[in-house]
Design a protein around this ligand. Structure first.
Ligand code: 4NP
Length: 157
């Protein structure tokens, strides 16, 4: 299998995309596919650069056996030349990624996707932003992502 690279993107890179990254890493570990992927996450915004993922998301993930180790960073022009797949958590992230690419990169290397297009169990067509809500929102994001990230992996390998 050819090595592939995946970048998960949300707004702040402290809630949804680090969770998607951790779920994807866990899946490829369990399937013995770790060596075939480069995986990362980023935000379209810059507010949280260098910060650990939101404590609420780290706790909710830890309860499911997922460790989120990433530090927040902002998507940049190199990403459009490095990652085979850039995967947005919601429609706004998707539009922002497309706009950004038109401004800073002429590369057509990356395929830009919406993660919820790979869902099978849940109806949500976007991953809801849990940042301003309660703990249950973080659980819901993880439930949704366990479904759609698994579907995404099945599609690309
Ligand atoms: P994320 O959630 O995009 O899933 O990381 C958010 C984190 C921070 C903010 C918004 C959404 N914020 O406004 O600071």
């Amino acid at each position: 299998m050819k090595k592939q690279s995946v970048l998960f993107v949300c707004l702040g890179n402290i809630c949804r995309s680090p969770a998607a990254e951790a779920i994807f890493l866990d899946l490829i570990n369990k399937k013995g596919l770790k060596d075939y992927f480069i995986v990362d996450s980023a935000g379209t915004g810059s507010w949280h650069i260098g910060k650990k993922a939101d404590t609420r998301m780290r706790i909710a993930s830890h309860k499911r056996g997922l460790e989120i180790l990433s530090k927040a960073r902002q998507i940049n022009s190199n990403d459009f030349e490095k990652f085979n797949y850039i995967v947005a958590m919601d429609d706004s992230n998707f539009e922002n990624i497309i706009d950004l690419k038109s401004q800073i990169s002429s590369s057509d290397f990356s395929s830009i996707k919406k993660i919820q297009n790979f869902r099978s169990i849940f109806q949500e067509i976007e991953v809801p932003d849990p940042y301003f809500g309660g703990d249950e929102g973080f659980e819901h994001v993880l439930d949704i992502l366990e479904d759609s990230v698994s579907g995404f992996l099945d599609t690309i390998c």
